[in-house]
Ligand binder design. Structure first.
Ligand code: NAD
Ligand code: UDP
Ligand code: UDP
Length: 338
């Protein structure tokens, strides 16, 4: 029953401890749901580099095996094709729950946020694992407070086109806190702000991936609305560092994890032009319904309690995803043509 644990962890468990103490320097068995996706695969890289054994559960809805191919020869990775909406039995020490159709073009498709989170909480309860939920800045909706602190309750339309994502994550937070309070489960909640980097889907409709792919293909950058709405863009390695500090730390959260550098979509387009193609054109399109006007994290809490803050600016981070996008876009197109 304890086969996956190391001796000191076994004695800790036998003495009635739930999650092994001193996690930092121990080898753990970690479940990453959604680990074949953009953020998840970068997290898996770090966990495996640290020496953990990682189980990835993913239904490949938006994730890709290619994101994890570098670990296929490693005995530390186990990859399971499974939809978290269905129950699953596994034995693990920690659960990073990322599985979720996370982009506007995908997220209306299924009830992952509620059913998937419930199943992973049930699993965490059964094995006494520590559970980390990746929630989102979308829980603040179209915020009436700026920048957003974790104490702000949000301004969300319950029946809009984005609601299944926003309200799904809000429900996931509620479930997580209920399991924490009612069953004493160890939980952590991260509210992630817009994140970009290598391995993002090239076609999931998010603004950074759209602009980068468009600039590379010599297509106009599609700015929705007047382009004056703002977002704050975080490079993926900063996020992964924040998620791991949160998991290992002693605080439940929620914690905003994001880069406070705030840009309008027109300013973002300018950074993309400067980075890829100064001649890239801009084309205005109608905006989507319920689009939040501005978004910027207040990260004081994460700074103080996790000792965390982002280190990569948009101008430094963007070039790091361009070569990955170039290779995937032109590689894929060559394959299609051939
Ligand atoms: P992603 O789409 O690249 O990754 C999500 C992964 O979950 C994919 O591999 C997908 O195949 C998998 N998945 C989806 N539904 C599943 C299901 N029912 N069962 C099993 N696997 C399933 O997206 P991402 O950007 O890496 O997002 C990861 C997490 O971070 C998500 O929970 C998302 O809501 C959250 N988040 C991301 C951002 C961002 O800007 N990237 C912002 C806020 C929150
Ligand atoms: N669950 C799971 N794996 C486990 C334990 C539970 O997928 O190892 C699922 C279980 O099928 C249920 C959900 O998690 O749908 C919640 O489980 P819990 O035990 O908290 O609730 P209950 O089954 O008592 O309603
Ligand atoms: N957006 C845009 N052009 C695009 C895609 C998105 O101007 O090609 C805008 C979108 O209207 C929103 C912002 O960029 O105001 C961020 O959109 P995204 O879907 O990336 O993230 P989210 O809305 O979830 O923050």
């Amino acid at each position: 029953q304890f086969s996956y644990l190391y001796d000191d962890q076994i004695s800790h468990f036998r003495a009635g401890g739930r999650v092994p103490l001193g996690l930092k320097n121990k080898r753990l068995r970690v479940l990453v749901t959604g680990g074949a996706g953009f953020v998840g695969s970068h997290l898996v890289d770090r966990l495996i580099a640290r020496g953990d054994s990682v189980i990835v559960v993913d239904n490949f809805f938006t994730g890709r095996k290619e994101n994890l191919v570098q670990h296929f020869t490693s005995h530390r990775l186990e990859l399971i094709r499974h939809d978290v909406v269905e129950p699953i039995l596994l034995e693990v020490d920690q659960i990073y729950h990322l599985a979720c159709p996370a982009s506007p073009v995908h997220y209306k498709y299924n009830p992952t946020n509620v059913m998937g989170t419930l199943n992973m909480l049930g699993l965490a309860k059964r094995v006494g694992a520590r559970f980390l939920l990746t929630s989102t800045s979308e829980v603040y909706g179209d915020p009436l407070e700026h920048p957003q602190t974790e104490t702000y309750w949000g301004n969300v339309n319950p029946i809009g086109v984005r609601s299944c994502y926003d309200e799904g994550k809000r429900t996931a937070e509620t479930l997580t806190m209920d399991y924490h309070r009612g069953l004493n489960l160890e939980v952590r909640i991260a509210r992630i702000f817009n994140t970009y980097g290598p391995r993002m889907c090239t076609d999931d409709g998010r603004v950074v991936s759209n602009f980068v792919a468009q600039a590379l293909r010599k297509e106009p950058l599609t700015v929705y609305g007047d382009g004056k709405q703002t977002r704050s863009f975080q490079y993926v390695s900063d996020l992964v560092e924040g998620l791991m500090r949160l998991m290992e730390g002693e605080h439940v959260g929620p914690f905003n994890l994001g880069n406070p550098g705030e840009f309008t979509m027109l300013e973002l387009a300018k950074v993309v032009q400067d980075t890829i193609d100064p001649n890239a054109k801009i084309e205005f399109r109608p905006n989507t319904e319920d689009d939040p006007h501005k978004r910027k994290p207040d990260i004081s809490r994460a700074k103080e309690l996790l000792g965390w803050e982002p280190t990569v600016s948009l101008r430094d981070g963007l070039p790091r995803m361009v070569s990955d996008f170039r290779q995937r876009i032109f590689g894929d197109e060559k394959e299609t043509v051939g």
